[in-house]
Design a protein around this ligand. Structure first.
Ligand code: PBG
Length: 331
């Protein structure tokens, strides 16, 4: 298999730049990136998010500009998350299936402006629409009920597909929602609308800045541990993935990213399906904070982290650093 020293010197291939380039095993390109964007009401509005320095919420016109920027940078997909107005949030999250909600207006505007030059991925879960900040419907005990929530998520997904969404991404972690959404998409003639399932999504402390961004953080009481996964588990993640593939997911996601590289690796090894990592808001904030105090070079740290996902087996990465990374990669 391997020779021995000095016949074999592994440093030979590392000695020069051309040789390192020749032997490089993994590559990250702008086409590996998915750019998450936060949508807000209004026109010409940009609202910086304090806990995510460098990231803003944009009104629909600004979202269209970001989508055009993504096309120019070679980023193939944008992921949309709405900051729903407080008076449109309710116990049952009904705004999620309003055909004229913020999300649907953003989808239509991007599709009108960019067509198939870009894919639009949309989040399916009720937290941006509920007055309690949970991803599903509550019973009188405050428990997030499964099957009734799935029925609403189906309506939400179809609403997004009708508005032109290309990839439906359920992030709610209810049981059985992929099959229900897939069936509804098939029945509604949306045969080519993909499902990227947040298959292994953990109950993580890394989501804080995101909840600020969509305005659910202040509303949320308690936690999401009765539906999101226990960070102690990994075999269970494989069961989640197996179910979601069987139910009709085209690709699966592991979330958060860097702390869960072992899960990404196991999923890829075991199932060979397209796997995506979500480098979440807390990960973004940590990198920005570290580099702002001189603990490392932001760009170098970023590239090293993105490569780790490719090495682990990812087809791509959702990251708020997508435009920064794409600019670096494009030189
Ligand atoms: C909500 C959702 C969350 C994220 C994506 N979709 C937060 C949560 O589950 O509370 C987190 C993304 C991030 O932190 O960047 N269903």
């Amino acid at each position: 298999m391997t020779g021995s020293y000095p016949n074999t010197r592994l440093r030979r291939s590392r000695a020069t730049g051309w040789s390192r380039a020749l032997h490089r095993e993994n590559l990250i390109t702008p086409a590996d990136l998915i750019w998450p964007l936060f949508v807000t009401e209004g026109n010409g509005v940009e609202e910086p998010i304090a806990s995510l320095p460098g990231v803003s919420r944009w009104s629909v016109d600004g979202i269209v500009a970001r989508a055009k920027e993504a096309v120019a940078l070679g980023i193939p997909v944008v992921a949309l998350f709405p900051n729903t107005q407080p008076d449109r949030r309710s116990d049952d999250g009904a705004e999620a299936h309003n055909p004229d909600n913020l999300m649907c207006r953003a989808i239509r505007a991007i599709k009108d402006a960019c067509g198939d030059d870009i894919g639009v991925l949309t989040d399916v879960a009720l937290d941006p629409y509920t007055s309690h900040g949970q991803d599903g419907l509550l019973n009188t005990d405050g428990y997030v009920v499964n099957d009734d929530t799935v029925a609403v998520l189906v309506d939400q997904a179809i609403n997004q597909a009708e508005a032109g969404a290309d990839i439906i991404a359920p992030s709610d972690m209810m049981d059985g929602r992929i099959r229900a959404i897939r069936m509804a998409l098939e029945m509604g003639d949306h045969h080519n609308v993909q499902i990227m399932s947040y298959a292994a999504k953990y109950a993580s402390a890394f989501y804080g800045p995101f909840r600020d961004a969509v305005g659910s953080g202040g509303l949320l009481k308690g936690d999401k541990k009765s539906y999101q996964m226990d960070p102690a588990n990994s075999d269970e993640a494989l069961r989640e993935v197996e179910f979601d593939i069987a139910e009709g997911a085209d690709s699966v996601m592991v979330k958060p990213g860097l702390a869960y590289l072992d899960i990404i690796y196991r999923v890829k090894q075991q199932f060979g399906v397209p796997v995506f990592a979500y480098q979440v808001s807390g990960e973004y904030a940590m990198l920005e904070a570290a580099s702002s105090v001189g603990a490392g070079d932001r760009d170098a740290l970023l590239m090293e982290k993105l490569l780790a996902f490719k090495r682990a087996g990812c087809s791509g990465v959702l990251t708020y650093h997508a435009p920064v990374a794409a600019r670096l990669l494009n030189g």
